[in-house]
Design a protein around this ligand. Sequence first.
Ligand code: NAD
Length: 528
Amino acid sequence: MIDPGSYQPEPLRRWHIPEVVDKFRRAVLAQQTAAAMDIPAIIGGHEISIGELASVDPGDYERVVAKASSVNSEAADEVVAGLADAQRSWSDRSHTDRAEVLMGAASWMRERRDELAALEVFEAGKPWDEADADVCEAIDFCEYYARQAVVLGRGGVVQSPPGEDNRLMYVGRGVAVVIGPWNFPLAIPTGMTAAALVAGNAVALKPAEQTPAIAYQLVRALRESGLPEGVLAFVPGPGEEIGAALVAHSGVQTIAFTGSKDVGLAIIEQAGRTQPGQRFVKRVVAEMGGKNAMIIDSDADLDQAVPAVAQSAFGFAGQKCSAASRVFVMQPIYDEFIDRLIAHSATLEVGHPSEPSVVVGPVIDADAHARLTGAVARTTGTVRFGGSTSHIPERAGWFVAPAIVDGLPPTDRIMTDELFGPVLAVASVADIDSAIRRANQTDYALTAGIYSRSPATVERAVLQLHAGNVYVNRTITGSIVGRQPFGGHGLSGSGPKAGGPDYLKAFSDAKAVSENTIRQGFAPDYLS
Ligand code: NAD
């Protein structure tokens, strides 16, 4: 019996407890010495080994973490046909029935929490606390959407006057394709996949090329929790091949995408072109990038604001869609703020995340490394901190030191582009109006935050900041399922908020049923 009201987020590991640290250290060691994992594709319920896609440890890129199958675009027809078949009986089941599978997957992950997080340390380069948080979020998505599905299964509230029975039902749409990023390699694929499945769809999961082994753990969790064979296909492979082929396929009703703006917009455009034989309008749920700003008011408590900015900008090496990449600081406190931010940032250890003291791990790959170091090397601003690689470990890893840059013209890449790494633009502003105006000067509108002790200023910022998630006197990263539903406005997102009460409806079609219940021409003789 699933109680819709009993959702609670999974508590994060408490790293000050020595036994917790020892247990996780053992999981990290086991993962460090493990052989490369073999990850199959799954099509039509069968495990298949085709092609090869290797994932490596970004902190030690000569080490292969997994060898995954690599599915190419020719498989798209077979993938979609198998899912369409399986979807029919899956969608006939009740929401509660399907929700039980999600509850099972949550338990499966909970039992293997350290093992899963340790895999993230090596395949995604996540520091310990970030890896643990990602696994917790995956569990939360399963627990939360399972409960939301029970509510959705009861239908919408509509009026039924005497003599008429009206219902609003939510039914699965058909075949959904889930395309995920590498930066929350378990949580984000889990959120999109769990929502699509529990709403009654069959799903093709296309994980990011960099993290197929972690995404495969979700597939194991669902299959071992009773998901019928055939309802979920797992298709690792290049995004521009199998990903694009599935998006364009005439049998795919829904596309759930989380990733960059450019890819997301291309998917939205492609999905808008009706294919021969396509008898429905495709729906795209897209969550994309951010160029997120924090505002530091002149009365802000800098004891809190400085570490919160550093955490928001440099946690997981700045590789979060929600990360702070611009800070606007009131002129009277500018010098004090930046001096303290530099001093704080100098304490953040850069290195391989297998060590618990590391705060800033590697960036994900060579492209990211080149993009970030290039932006800092070529900036027209003043690099106030970082930019030097002298204290970075000598290891075959893609490490980038956190960088703080000011004196930037508004057109510098560091001010305009989502660089997706530990590079932070800081600027001084004269008043709150210019701070809000500059914060809003971007195509993106994902997260934003303010540190202020003035209720009037906070209220103005909350109303005027153009962002899907606004944070007050706290970090701007780390949203929790069921507490801070997450998703952007502007060119940061198209859809409902993940981890919120509206999300499952994006994967459902609403069907209104109206029945005349007044007996008309009732003929008892014909009943026997
Ligand atoms: P990406 O856009 O490069 O790739 C995302 C996924 O899309 C991958 O699985 C990739 O293989 C696939 N893909 C690539 N080209 C495709 C195509 N033509 N057709 C179909 N699929 C294709 O993004 P990334 O580097 O994996 O992730 C980082 C980006 O994700 C950043 O921009 C970040 O802000 C964003 N992100 C957003 C959120 C959010 O909730 N808004 C969360 C996490 C990450």
